[in-house]
Ligand binder design. Sequence first.
Ligand SMILES: [Zn+2]
Length: 201
Amino acid sequence: MSGVYTETLNRLIEEFGKLPGVGPKTAERLAFHILKAQPAEAMKLAEAIRDVKNKIKRCKICYNLSEGKICQICSDKRRDKAIICVVEQPKDVIALEKTGTCKWVYHVLGGHIAPLEGVEPSDLTIDKLVERVRDGNVKELIMATNPNMAGDGTALYISSLLRKTGVKITRLARGLATGTTIEYASGKMLTDAIIGRQQLE
Ligand SMILES: [Zn+2]
């Protein structure tokens, strides 16, 4: 179908087609939209893509997305640095922050332990979390990994590593329906889960 277009246009259609949820028809429509757009408008998209790849890094403390060395949350003096909320992905930070109840800082693991998928503890930022706790001043770790087998397993693994440090380790309450991920949970559900968090044995 796209064989009739020029090589350059085909390439754009092909690139759009690689995006999640974009089928061949949509890819074609998007490419034509760009073709018809004002040059300045089209360049804004190109620049936004380039900037997101060049400017966004990982915070050196919590591994959340950041444009500087230290993210906005870690730099925020009003945050309680003694409470670290441990999540799998940057998207989970956004979901929790939207509840407006979080006064703590985070630690982004970069996923969950999944040996069958080849994800070992060393592939995550678990060692950096252990360092943060060992450095002292941390009173509580809130395990906000997803409420499924992989998330539970990851939370238990971390708590077994840190048991001897004496830091209090809690897990979000089970108000979150099984199978719901933090990313897609409603604000009300998350707030209840935060308030009802329990000590992880
Ligand atoms: Zn940070």
